[in-house]
Design a protein around this ligand. Structure first.
Ligand SMILES: *Cc1c(COP(=O)(O)O)cnc(C)c1O
Length: 385
C-alpha cells in the first residue's frame, strides 16, 4: 500500500496571475499557438537570460532536438554528452541521427568533465551538450576553451538551471581604440553556449505545464529554429515548405502560465537559495552526508537540494529513502548513468558518474516548503546518525 505523501519532492507555485492570464486566453479564444502571450513570454525570457533571442517550444526535449538540428548536426556526427543526466539529453542527439558520446562527470561540479571531454574528441565530434545538473553550473570557462580549440558547438541543457549564474572574464575588443579590455561579470546560464535549452515541465524552476525554450544570440539560428518548429514553413509564403520541419510550437495558454511564472522568478530563486541554506546548515555536522559542491564563481539555483550518502552514515541511500517514505517524505535517487540504460549500454567505466548515481539523492525542494518542514526532514535523517 502506498503511504500518503506529506511532503512532495516538488510542487509548482501557481498562486500569481496564472489564473487571470489563462482566463484571458479562454475569453479571447486565442488558445492555440498564436497569440500575444507567446511573443511576450519569449521577449521576457530572453531579457531574463540576457540573450537577443528566445524561441518557445512544446517541451524541453524538442527544444534540444530543434537546437541541435538547426546547428546542422546529424548523421555521421558525434556529440559529447555527460553520462549523468536525464535521458532526454542523449535522446535529443539520437533523434538527429548523430551519435551521443558519453563523458564522465567531474567531482567538483557533478557536471561534464572537461578533462574527460578532451579524451573523447575525434574528427567527427561536432558539439557538446553541457548539462547544468540539478541547477548547478558546469565548468563553462574550460568547456568554452575546448570548444574553441576543437571547433565544437556548445549547446547548454539548462532544463534544470533557469537563473543560475557563473562569474566569467570575457575579452571585449573595443573597436575604436583597438584595445582588448577584460570584463568580469556574472552571466546567466543559457547565455553562454551557441544555443541553450530550457524545460518548463511541472517540477522545473518555472513551469508552463509542458513547454520549452531555446535561447541564443545568433539571429540566423533563431530564424532557422522558428521556421523548423513551424513545419519548416517559409515565414513569407503560406504552405511553402522548403525543408522538412516539425510541429514543436508552444500554445498561448502555456505561454500565459509562463508569463505569470516569470513575473515571480526572482522570488522563487530567493526562496530556493534560502531552502538550500537551511538544509546545508542543519545537515553540516552529519557524518557521511555531502551536499552539492559549491564554488565562489558560480550560483546554483538548487532545482533539487542534492546530497550524497556514504559511510560513516549507517544507512545506504536506498535504505534512507525507504525510511523517509515511511515518514511521508518524498525523495528521489539520482539518475541512472546513461551507459547503464539499454539504448546506451557500454562496458566502459565512468567512475564518478557511477559513484554519484549510487550514492546521490534529492530532498524536497518546492518553493512552498516551510522551515519547520525542512527541520522535520533533517531530524528524520539525523535520527540514524
Ligand atoms: C527536464 C529535463 C529535460 C526535458 O525536458 P521536458 O520538458 O520534460 O521534455 C531535458 N534535460 C534535462 C537535464 C531535464 O532535467
Amino acid at each position: 500500500m502506498r503511504r500518503k505523501i506529506r511532503i512532495p519532492i516538488a510542487q509548482p507555485d501557481l498562486t500569481g496571475r496564472e489564473n487571470e492570464f489563462v482566463g484571458r486566453c479562454l475569453s479571447s479564444s486565442w488558445i492555440s499557438s498564436k497569440g500575444a502571450f507567446i511573443t511576450n513570454f519569449e521577449h521576457s525570457f530572453a531579457s531574463f537570460i540576457g540573450t537577443r533571442y528566445a524561441v518557445a517550444t512544446s517541451n524541453g526535449t524538442v527544444a534540444l532536438h530543434l537546437a541541435i538540428t538547426a546547428l546542422g548536426i546529424g548523421f555521421g556526427d558525434e556529440v559529447l554528452v555527460p553520462d549523468l543526466t536525464f535521458v532526454a539529453t542523449a535522446n535529443a542527439v539520437t533523434y538527429t541521427g548523430a551519435t551521443p558520446v558519453l563523458v564522465d562527470i567531474e567531482k567538483d561540479t557533478w557536471c561534464i568533465s572537461p578533462v574527460e571531454m578532451e579524451k573523447k574528441i575525434t574528427r567527427r565530434t561536432k558539439a557538446v551538450v553541457v548539462v547544468h545538473l540539478y541547477g548547478r553550473p558546469a565548468s563553462m570557462a574550460k568547456i568554452a576553451e575546448l570548444a574553441k580549440k576543437y571547433d565544437l558547438k556548445v549547446i547548454e541543457d539548462a532544463a534544470e538551471a533557469h537563473g543560475a549564474e557563473v562569474f566569467v572574464t570575457s575579452h571585449k575588443s573595443l573597436k575604436k581604440r583597438k584595445a582588448r579590455k577584460e570584463k568580469e561579470e556574472w552571466r546567466k546560464i543559457g547565455s553562454i553556449g551557441d544555443a541553450s535549452c530550457f524545460s518548463f515541465y511541472g517540477n522545473k524552476i518555472i513551469t508552463t505545464g509542458e513547454g520549452g525554450m531555446v535561447t541564443t544570440n545568433n539571429k540566423m539560428l533563431a530564424q532557422k529554429m522558428r521556421m523548423l518548429k513551424d513545419h519548416g514553413q517559409d515565414p513569407k509564403r503560406h504552405y511553402y515548405h522548403p525543408v522538412i520541419g516539425f510541429n514543436y510550437r508552444m500554445t498561448n495558454i502555456e505561454a500565459a502560465i509562463g508569463c505569470a511564472q516569470l513575473e515571480r522568478i526572482h522570488s522563487f530563486l530567493r526562496k530556493r537559495a534560502s531552502i538550500a541554506q537551511t538544509y546545508s546548515k542543519l545537515l553540516q555536522s552529519v557524518a557521511g552526508i555531502t551536499p552539492h559542491p559549491r564554488n565562489s564563481d558560480e550560483r546554483s539555483v538548487y532545482w533539487m537540494y542534492s546530497i550524497l550518502i556514504d559511510k560513516p552514515y549507517p544507512l545506504t541511500r536506498n535504505e534512507l529513502m525507504k525510511n523517509l517514505e515511511k515518514d511521508g517524505i518524498e525523495s528521489r535517487p539520482f539518475f541512472y548513468p546513461l551507459h547503464t540504460l539499454p539504448p546506451y549500454l557500454l562496458k566502459d567505466t565512468f567512475p564518478e558518474s557511477s559513484y554519484l548515481s549510487d550514492h546521490g539523492m534529492n530532498l524536497p525542494t518546492s518553493t512552498s516548503l516551510q522551515d519547520n518542514e525542512i527541520r522535520w526532514i533533517v531530524s528524520r535523517i539525523r535520527r540514524w546518525a
